[in-house]
Design a protein around this ligand. Structure first.
Ligand SMILES: C[S@@+](CC[C@H](N)C(=O)[O-])C[C@H]1O[C@@H](n2cnc3c(N)ncnc32)[C@H](O)[C@@H]1O
Length: 238
Protein backbone atom coordinates (compact mmCIF):
# COMPACT_ATOMS: atom_id res chain seq x y z
CA UNK A 1 0.00 0.00 0.00
CA UNK A 2 3.01 2.27 0.63
CA UNK A 3 3.78 2.41 -3.10
CA UNK A 4 0.26 3.53 -4.04
CA UNK A 5 -0.05 6.01 -1.16
CA UNK A 6 3.05 7.76 -2.45
CA UNK A 7 1.71 7.86 -6.02
CA UNK A 8 -1.71 9.16 -4.96
CA UNK A 9 -0.02 12.04 -3.13
CA UNK A 10 1.03 13.43 -6.51
CA UNK A 11 -1.68 12.13 -8.83
CA UNK A 12 -5.45 11.50 -8.34
CA UNK A 13 -6.32 7.80 -8.31
CA UNK A 14 -8.64 8.12 -11.35
CA UNK A 15 -5.86 9.66 -13.45
CA UNK A 16 -3.37 6.97 -12.40
CA UNK A 17 -5.86 4.15 -13.12
CA UNK A 18 -6.85 5.66 -16.47
CA UNK A 19 -3.22 5.93 -17.65
CA UNK A 20 -2.40 2.45 -16.35
CA UNK A 21 -5.25 0.75 -18.25
CA UNK A 22 -4.53 2.72 -21.43
CA UNK A 23 -0.95 1.36 -21.31
CA UNK A 24 -2.01 -2.16 -20.32
CA UNK A 25 -4.86 -2.49 -22.87
CA UNK A 26 -3.00 -4.43 -25.61
CA UNK A 27 -1.77 -7.05 -23.14
CA UNK A 28 -4.81 -7.07 -20.82
CA UNK A 29 -6.52 -10.21 -22.14
CA UNK A 30 -3.27 -12.17 -22.44
CA UNK A 31 -2.21 -11.21 -18.91
CA UNK A 32 -5.63 -12.17 -17.49
CA UNK A 33 -5.32 -15.57 -19.11
CA UNK A 34 -1.81 -16.02 -17.72
CA UNK A 35 -2.35 -14.89 -14.14
CA UNK A 36 -5.69 -16.71 -13.75
CA UNK A 37 -4.62 -19.79 -15.77
CA UNK A 38 -7.57 -18.98 -18.06
CA UNK A 39 -10.03 -19.37 -15.15
CA UNK A 40 -11.31 -15.77 -15.25
CA UNK A 41 -13.50 -16.61 -18.25
CA UNK A 42 -15.06 -19.56 -16.43
CA UNK A 43 -15.76 -17.37 -13.39
CA UNK A 44 -17.28 -14.56 -15.49
CA UNK A 45 -19.58 -17.04 -17.25
CA UNK A 46 -20.62 -18.43 -13.86
CA UNK A 47 -21.25 -14.91 -12.54
CA UNK A 48 -23.62 -14.28 -15.47
CA UNK A 49 -25.38 -17.61 -14.85
CA UNK A 50 -26.08 -16.59 -11.23
CA UNK A 51 -28.15 -13.57 -12.38
CA UNK A 52 -31.80 -13.89 -13.48
CA UNK A 53 -31.40 -12.45 -17.00
CA UNK A 54 -34.59 -12.62 -19.07
CA UNK A 55 -35.87 -11.76 -22.54
CA UNK A 56 -36.09 -8.02 -23.28
CA UNK A 57 -33.74 -6.87 -20.51
CA UNK A 58 -31.51 -3.80 -20.75
CA UNK A 59 -28.11 -4.56 -19.27
CA UNK A 60 -25.15 -2.34 -18.44
CA UNK A 61 -21.56 -3.36 -17.74
CA UNK A 62 -19.55 -0.62 -16.02
CA UNK A 63 -15.72 -0.65 -16.21
CA UNK A 64 -16.18 -3.09 -19.07
CA UNK A 65 -12.52 -3.13 -20.14
CA UNK A 66 -12.12 -5.29 -23.24
CA UNK A 67 -15.78 -6.31 -23.01
CA UNK A 68 -15.77 -9.86 -21.62
CA UNK A 69 -19.09 -9.54 -19.75
CA UNK A 70 -21.07 -7.89 -22.62
CA UNK A 71 -19.65 -10.33 -25.16
CA UNK A 72 -20.41 -13.40 -23.03
CA UNK A 73 -23.98 -12.09 -22.47
CA UNK A 74 -24.47 -11.22 -26.15
CA UNK A 75 -23.31 -14.70 -27.11
CA UNK A 76 -25.48 -16.45 -24.55
CA UNK A 77 -28.72 -14.46 -24.97
CA UNK A 78 -28.44 -13.18 -28.55
CA UNK A 79 -30.75 -10.35 -29.59
CA UNK A 80 -33.19 -11.07 -26.78
CA UNK A 81 -31.26 -8.61 -24.57
CA UNK A 82 -29.51 -5.28 -25.17
CA UNK A 83 -26.19 -4.63 -23.46
CA UNK A 84 -23.97 -1.57 -23.14
CA UNK A 85 -20.38 -1.65 -21.87
CA UNK A 86 -18.82 1.57 -20.53
CA UNK A 87 -15.24 2.39 -19.65
CA UNK A 88 -13.13 5.55 -19.48
CA UNK A 89 -10.12 3.97 -21.21
CA UNK A 90 -10.52 4.43 -24.95
CA UNK A 91 -7.70 1.92 -25.53
CA UNK A 92 -9.62 -0.81 -23.67
CA UNK A 93 -12.82 0.11 -25.55
CA UNK A 94 -11.03 -0.08 -28.92
CA UNK A 95 -10.23 -3.72 -28.18
CA UNK A 96 -13.79 -4.42 -26.95
CA UNK A 97 -15.22 -2.97 -30.19
CA UNK A 98 -12.76 -4.97 -32.31
CA UNK A 99 -13.71 -8.18 -30.49
CA UNK A 100 -17.40 -7.43 -31.08
CA UNK A 101 -17.59 -8.50 -34.71
CA UNK A 102 -20.91 -10.37 -34.45
CA UNK A 103 -23.32 -8.81 -31.98
CA UNK A 104 -25.26 -5.66 -32.78
CA UNK A 105 -27.09 -5.90 -29.45
CA UNK A 106 -23.79 -5.00 -27.65
CA UNK A 107 -22.30 -1.52 -27.80
CA UNK A 108 -19.38 0.17 -26.08
CA UNK A 109 -19.38 3.74 -24.81
CA UNK A 110 -16.71 5.94 -23.23
CA UNK A 111 -17.94 7.19 -19.84
CA UNK A 112 -16.88 7.65 -16.23
CA UNK A 113 -18.34 5.12 -13.80
CA UNK A 114 -18.81 7.90 -11.25
CA UNK A 115 -20.90 9.99 -13.63
CA UNK A 116 -22.81 7.66 -15.95
CA UNK A 117 -24.55 9.29 -18.94
CA UNK A 118 -27.86 7.47 -18.32
CA UNK A 119 -31.23 8.41 -16.85
CA UNK A 120 -32.23 7.06 -13.44
CA UNK A 121 -33.65 3.49 -13.52
CA UNK A 122 -32.53 2.71 -17.09
CA UNK A 123 -31.26 -0.86 -16.68
CA UNK A 124 -32.58 -4.18 -15.37
CA UNK A 125 -29.12 -5.47 -14.45
CA UNK A 126 -25.90 -3.51 -13.94
CA UNK A 127 -22.63 -5.45 -13.80
CA UNK A 128 -19.25 -4.25 -12.60
CA UNK A 129 -16.39 -6.74 -12.86
CA UNK A 130 -12.97 -5.98 -11.36
CA UNK A 131 -13.96 -2.31 -11.53
CA UNK A 132 -15.21 -1.21 -8.10
CA UNK A 133 -11.75 -1.59 -6.57
CA UNK A 134 -10.35 0.86 -9.11
CA UNK A 135 -12.80 3.69 -8.47
CA UNK A 136 -11.69 6.79 -6.59
CA UNK A 137 -14.79 6.54 -4.37
CA UNK A 138 -16.28 3.08 -3.73
CA UNK A 139 -19.57 4.22 -2.17
CA UNK A 140 -20.14 6.92 -4.77
CA UNK A 141 -19.56 4.25 -7.42
CA UNK A 142 -22.13 1.87 -5.90
CA UNK A 143 -24.68 4.70 -5.53
CA UNK A 144 -24.21 5.57 -9.22
CA UNK A 145 -24.80 1.91 -10.21
CA UNK A 146 -27.90 1.89 -7.99
CA UNK A 147 -29.18 5.13 -9.57
CA UNK A 148 -29.23 3.72 -13.12
CA UNK A 149 -30.80 0.38 -12.07
CA UNK A 150 -34.59 -0.12 -12.18
CA UNK A 151 -36.46 -0.85 -8.94
CA UNK A 152 -36.41 -4.64 -8.54
CA UNK A 153 -33.31 -4.91 -10.77
CA UNK A 154 -29.84 -6.02 -9.72
CA UNK A 155 -26.37 -4.59 -9.25
CA UNK A 156 -23.79 -7.36 -9.69
CA UNK A 157 -20.21 -6.98 -8.55
CA UNK A 158 -17.32 -9.36 -9.23
CA UNK A 159 -13.92 -8.58 -7.77
CA UNK A 160 -11.03 -9.93 -5.76
CA UNK A 161 -12.03 -11.31 -2.36
CA UNK A 162 -10.10 -12.07 0.80
CA UNK A 163 -9.57 -15.81 1.23
CA UNK A 164 -8.94 -17.05 4.77
CA UNK A 165 -6.60 -19.61 6.37
CA UNK A 166 -4.09 -21.59 4.32
CA UNK A 167 -5.79 -20.61 1.04
CA UNK A 168 -5.30 -16.97 2.05
CA UNK A 169 -1.56 -17.47 2.75
CA UNK A 170 -0.99 -19.24 -0.56
CA UNK A 171 -3.02 -16.66 -2.43
CA UNK A 172 -1.04 -13.77 -0.91
CA UNK A 173 2.25 -15.43 -1.81
CA UNK A 174 1.10 -15.88 -5.39
CA UNK A 175 -0.44 -12.43 -5.62
CA UNK A 176 2.44 -10.43 -4.11
CA UNK A 177 5.41 -12.34 -5.51
CA UNK A 178 4.57 -14.33 -8.59
CA UNK A 179 1.99 -12.06 -10.26
CA UNK A 180 4.32 -8.98 -10.41
CA UNK A 181 7.02 -11.26 -11.84
CA UNK A 182 4.63 -12.55 -14.51
CA UNK A 183 3.74 -8.92 -15.30
CA UNK A 184 7.39 -8.07 -15.80
CA UNK A 185 7.95 -11.15 -17.94
CA UNK A 186 4.91 -11.01 -20.23
CA UNK A 187 3.87 -7.33 -20.19
CA UNK A 188 7.34 -5.82 -19.79
CA UNK A 189 6.35 -3.92 -16.64
CA UNK A 190 5.33 -5.07 -13.18
CA UNK A 191 3.57 -1.74 -12.41
CA UNK A 192 -0.07 -2.88 -12.97
CA UNK A 193 0.69 -6.13 -11.13
CA UNK A 194 2.12 -4.33 -8.13
CA UNK A 195 -0.96 -2.08 -8.20
CA UNK A 196 -3.28 -5.14 -8.33
CA UNK A 197 -2.49 -6.66 -4.90
CA UNK A 198 -2.01 -3.23 -3.31
CA UNK A 199 -5.42 -2.08 -4.56
CA UNK A 200 -6.95 -5.10 -2.84
CA UNK A 201 -5.59 -4.10 0.56
CA UNK A 202 -7.88 -1.11 0.93
CA UNK A 203 -10.78 -2.88 -0.82
CA UNK A 204 -13.40 -4.36 1.54
CA UNK A 205 -13.63 -8.13 1.99
CA UNK A 206 -16.75 -9.77 0.56
CA UNK A 207 -18.55 -9.84 3.95
CA UNK A 208 -17.91 -6.11 4.36
CA UNK A 209 -19.12 -5.39 0.80
CA UNK A 210 -22.38 -7.22 1.55
CA UNK A 211 -22.77 -4.96 4.62
CA UNK A 212 -22.07 -1.84 2.52
CA UNK A 213 -24.70 -2.84 -0.07
CA UNK A 214 -27.30 -3.22 2.70
CA UNK A 215 -26.21 0.06 4.28
CA UNK A 216 -26.75 1.82 0.92
CA UNK A 217 -30.34 0.55 0.75
CA UNK A 218 -30.08 -2.64 -1.35
CA UNK A 219 -32.19 -5.72 -0.52
CA UNK A 220 -31.54 -9.43 -0.54
CA UNK A 221 -27.74 -9.19 -1.05
CA UNK A 222 -26.13 -12.52 -1.95
CA UNK A 223 -22.44 -13.38 -2.01
CA UNK A 224 -20.85 -16.19 -4.04
CA UNK A 225 -17.20 -17.11 -3.50
CA UNK A 226 -14.93 -18.56 -6.17
CA UNK A 227 -11.43 -20.05 -5.76
CA UNK A 228 -11.74 -20.36 -1.96
CA UNK A 229 -12.85 -16.73 -1.71
CA UNK A 230 -10.01 -15.24 -3.76
CA UNK A 231 -12.79 -13.97 -6.03
CA UNK A 232 -16.27 -12.99 -4.92
CA UNK A 233 -19.54 -11.97 -6.53
CA UNK A 234 -22.29 -9.97 -4.87
CA UNK A 235 -25.78 -9.71 -6.30
CA UNK A 236 -27.72 -6.87 -4.72
CA UNK A 237 -31.40 -6.13 -5.40
CA UNK A 238 -32.37 -2.49 -5.90
C1 LIG B 1 -9.44 -4.56 -14.15
S1 LIG B 1 -10.25 -3.84 -15.51
C2 LIG B 1 -11.70 -4.81 -15.61
C3 LIG B 1 -12.18 -5.01 -17.01
C4 LIG B 1 -13.33 -6.00 -17.19
N1 LIG B 1 -14.52 -5.57 -16.50
C5 LIG B 1 -12.94 -7.38 -16.76
O1 LIG B 1 -13.62 -7.94 -15.91
O2 LIG B 1 -11.98 -7.94 -17.29
C6 LIG B 1 -10.84 -2.34 -14.84
C7 LIG B 1 -11.43 -1.40 -15.88
O3 LIG B 1 -12.08 -0.33 -15.19
C8 LIG B 1 -11.90 0.84 -15.92
N2 LIG B 1 -12.15 1.98 -15.02
C9 LIG B 1 -11.52 2.26 -13.86
N3 LIG B 1 -12.04 3.37 -13.31
C10 LIG B 1 -13.03 3.79 -14.14
C11 LIG B 1 -13.95 4.87 -14.11
N4 LIG B 1 -13.95 5.77 -13.12
N5 LIG B 1 -14.83 4.99 -15.10
C12 LIG B 1 -14.84 4.10 -16.13
N6 LIG B 1 -13.99 3.05 -16.24
C13 LIG B 1 -13.10 2.90 -15.23
C14 LIG B 1 -10.47 0.73 -16.44
O4 LIG B 1 -10.23 1.57 -17.54
C15 LIG B 1 -10.39 -0.75 -16.79
O5 LIG B 1 -10.73 -0.99 -18.13
Amino acid sequence: MKHLKKIFETKPKSEYVHEMFDKLAVDYDLMNNIISFGRHKFVKKHVIKNVPIRYGMNILDVCTGTGDIPLFIAKKFGNSVKIIGVDFSEKMLEIARKRNDKYDNAEFINADALNLPFEDKSFDVVFISFGLRNLADLRKGIIELQRVTKKGGYVVNLDMGKPKGIAGCMFRLYFYWLVPLLGKLFHGSSEPYVYLPESCESFPAQEELVRIFYELGFDDVKNYNFAFGALAQQIAKV
